[in-house]
Design a protein around this ligand. Structure first.
Ligand SMILES: C[S@@+](CC[C@H](N)C(=O)[O-])C[C@H]1O[C@@H](n2cnc3c(N)ncnc32)[C@H](O)[C@@H]1O
Length: 363
């Protein structure tokens, strides 16, 4: 799948950026309308978006730590391609066998995943939600089976119909209470429906290096600063327990280690390493600037200087790797439903025993 950059001027939201770089209050209207077949009042085109400029980066609001500007869009496009490589071209590890799956992508960002799912499941109803909009992201495409909506997942979810799959990728540090997010997700899934959560936040010690290094200082500083804000930056939300405590069953954790840099001999791994290196370098400041400068212990220059040192180290490091974690869980099927399914299977067996298997009828 190739990256597609589309910037239909007429579909771009009206973005008001203050010339002096000061902060604007984000619009707080985050009601959600679940009917994916109807463009809701939260659809991008119906909203006046406001953004915050800080440290020369553009942010969707005043609280989430990652920017939503062109550099971040590029990084997310690359990360999306890395996930595709890791999953052998698949978009999800969750089984989706139904004819018209209902899918929710929380924190969809530029929308690459949601758009990929819409192509793979043309009959699906997909809601792709986020607190912000990327100017040249795919969220401006008008597709019959995807509804891009503005919604803060920390608020009460108001989707009216349950989903078959809820997807949450790259949201480490976005929530102060993952249990509340998982509880809402469980409530908004059909019985037997899946949640899939994936992350590889370098602040969570996912990037491994043997030497004491600037990279370690960087990760530790980010974690400490994020912990102070109450929005942890690690992979604790991807523990099996985190999902099972919220009521999910059949929780599966898949973890992959990927190379960062040009050091692998194997050509496939080298390509992956190159992509991961570009994504990491592109993300160093994005991950750090707001978090570190707001902690009060790092000036902008100090934070940038640290990023620069990490950059130099990562470019030349051999053996640098990153851990990517993907967790899936299922909403339990109720006893009555399970009994119904067992009965239906038993009846089908009895029918076969009595009448023989259904054979194709002669024309
Ligand atoms: C690192 S990006 C990941 C984007 C996308 N999931 C992907 O994998 O390409 C995180 C996204 O989550 C969004 N986000 C952050 N906090 C959110 C919240 N409370 N509710 C909904 N989306 C949120 C951000 O605006 C951003 O687009």
């Amino acid at each position: 799948m190739d990256d597609i950059f589309i910037q239909p001027e007429d579909l771009r939201p009206s973005v008001e950026e203050p010339e002096d770089g000061s902060s604007l209050e984000p619009d707080s209207d985050t009601d959600s309308d679940a009917d994916a077949s109807i463009k809701s009042t939260n659809s991008y085109s119906s909203r006046n978006l406001q953004v915050t400029m800080e440290n020369n980066r553009r942010y969707a609001d005043d609280s989430y730590f990652m920017p939503n500007d062109e550099s971040e869009l590029t990084r997310l496009n690359i990360v999306h391609q890395i996930y595709l490589i890791l999953l052998d071209g698949r978009l999800t590890t969750a089984p989706l066998q139904m004819e018209r799956p209902r899918i929710l992508d929380i924190g969809t960002g530029p929308g690459d995943w949601a758009i990929g799912m819409s192509a793979e499941h043309p009959n699906a109803q997909i809601i792709a939600s986020d607190i912000g909009v990327f100017d040249s992201g795919l969220g401006h495409l008008s597709l019959p089976n995807v509804d891009f909506q503005l919604a803060d997942a920390k608020s009460q979810w108001t989707y009216h119909e349950p989903f078959d799959l809820i997807h949450i990728r790259g949201l480490s540090g976005a929530f102060n209470n993952w249990h509340a997010i998982y509880t809402q997700a469980l409530a908004h899934l059909k019985p037997g429906g899946y949640i899939e959560v994936a992350d590889a936040d370098p602040a969570g010690d996912t990037v491994a290096t043997e030497e004491p290094s600037h990279l370690r200082t960087y990760a530790a500083a980010l974690r400490a600063a994020a912990d102070e804000t109450g929005y942890p930056r690690d992979l604790r939300h991807l523990r099996t327990d985190a999902l099972s405590e919220a009521g999910f069953v059949g929780v599966r954790v898949q973890e992959r280690s990927i190379p960062i840099g040009l050091w692998p001999e194997d050509p496939h791994e080298k390509t992956l390493g190159k992509m991961a290196l570009i994504a990491l370098l592109e993300g160093l400041e994005a991950y750090a600037l707001r978090t570190l400068t707001r902690s009060g212990r790092w000036s902008l220059d100090e934070a940038k200087d640290l990023c620069e040192k990490v950059r130099g180290e990562c470019v030349s490091a051999r053996g640098l790797t990153a851990r990517v974690r993907i967790v899936t869980g299922r909403k339990p099927v109720s006893f009555a439903q399970r009994r119904g399914e067992v009965l239906a299977r038993a009846m089908a067996k009895v029918k076969v025993l009595n009448e023989g298997p259904d054979l194709p009828k002669d024309e």
